[in-house]
Every structure is written in structure tokens, then in C-alpha cells.
Design a protein around this ligand. Structure first.
Ligand code: ZN
Length: 140
């Protein structure tokens, strides 16, 4: 009897460990991005499930950029509800868009000043509107 109790304890510990592991570890959400005025950005998965995206300030600004509407995207983070997904901090490159079969980082570029930004909007230097510039994550 003693050995079976011991086995149950080991099994219990293993299940607990598995549970803890599945909790905070990052999940990946893939699907088609929808960006519309006055609405939070959404992703429609291949299973036609619609998930509302959220993230830090940088990510929220990117998620408000209508130039990204319709892109296939990949987001790393975790579900806060069955239809809500919180994207990891933007510095971890947790939000990528698919272009020509490759995953790209979302960046913004000013031709005039050669300044790169990670949020849409006017250039910090000359105030001209920056252009969307999707880049390979392994590019410097
Ligand atoms: Zn500029």
C-alpha cells in the first residue's frame, strides 16, 4: 500500500508541474488582422474564431494602424479570456506580420532623417509621416 500512495504523490506532483507550465508560458495566436476605426484590433483565426488583441502602448499604437488591416499576423502572449489576447511586451518582438511567406517586424521609417520608429505617426525629428517598413527580425 505504501508504494501506491507514493506513486500517487509523484503523479500528483507531475500533474501540478504540467499545470503550472501551461499557465504562464507564452501562447501563439495566428490569424488575419482586422483594424477598424473605433474598434479594438481583432484577429480571426483559421477556425474563424475572433479574438480581440491588447498589448502595451507601442503595440496598441501599431494595432491602430489601418495599413496593417488584412495582414496575416502572429502574436506571442496569452489569453486573458477566451476571446481576449494580451500580447507580450513589444520589445520582445511579440507581434509579427506575414509578408511573402515570411514573418516580419512592424517598423516605421523616415526617408528624410533615416530614423526608424516602432510606432506609426509623424517622425520625431521632421514631423513628416513615416512609412510602414516591414523588416526581417534578424536584420539589424
Ligand atoms: Zn524625419
Amino acid at each position: 500500500m505504501r508504494s501506491s500512495v507514493c506513486l500517487l504523490a509523484i503523479l500528483g506532483a507531475a500533474l501540478w508541474a504540467a499545470d503550472v507550465k501551461s499557465g504562464p508560458s507564452p501562447e501563439v495566436l495566428r490569424g488575419k488582422l482586422t483594424v477598424r476605426d473605433g474598434q479594438p484590433a481583432q484577429v480571426e483565426t483559421a477556425e474563424h474564431k475572433v479574438v480581440i488583441l491588447d498589448g502595451d502602448d507601442t503595440t496598441r499604437k501599431v494595432l491602430g494602424d489601418k495599413r496593417l488591416d488584412g495582414f496575416q499576423v502572429e502574436a506571442h502572449g496569452h489569453f486573458t479570456a477566451p476571446d481576449h489576447f494580451r500580447i507580450d511586451d513589444s520589445y520582445t518582438h511579440s507581434f509579427l506580420v506575414r509578408q511573402n511567406g515570411r514573418l516580419k517586424m512592424v517598423t516605421y521609417w523616415c526617408d528624410v532623417c533615416s530614423i526608424r520608429a516602432y510606432t506609426p505617426g509623424p517622425c520625431v525629428c521632421c514631423q513628416r509621416e513615416t512609412t510602414l517598413d516591414l523588416r526581417d527580425p534578424d536584420q539589424p
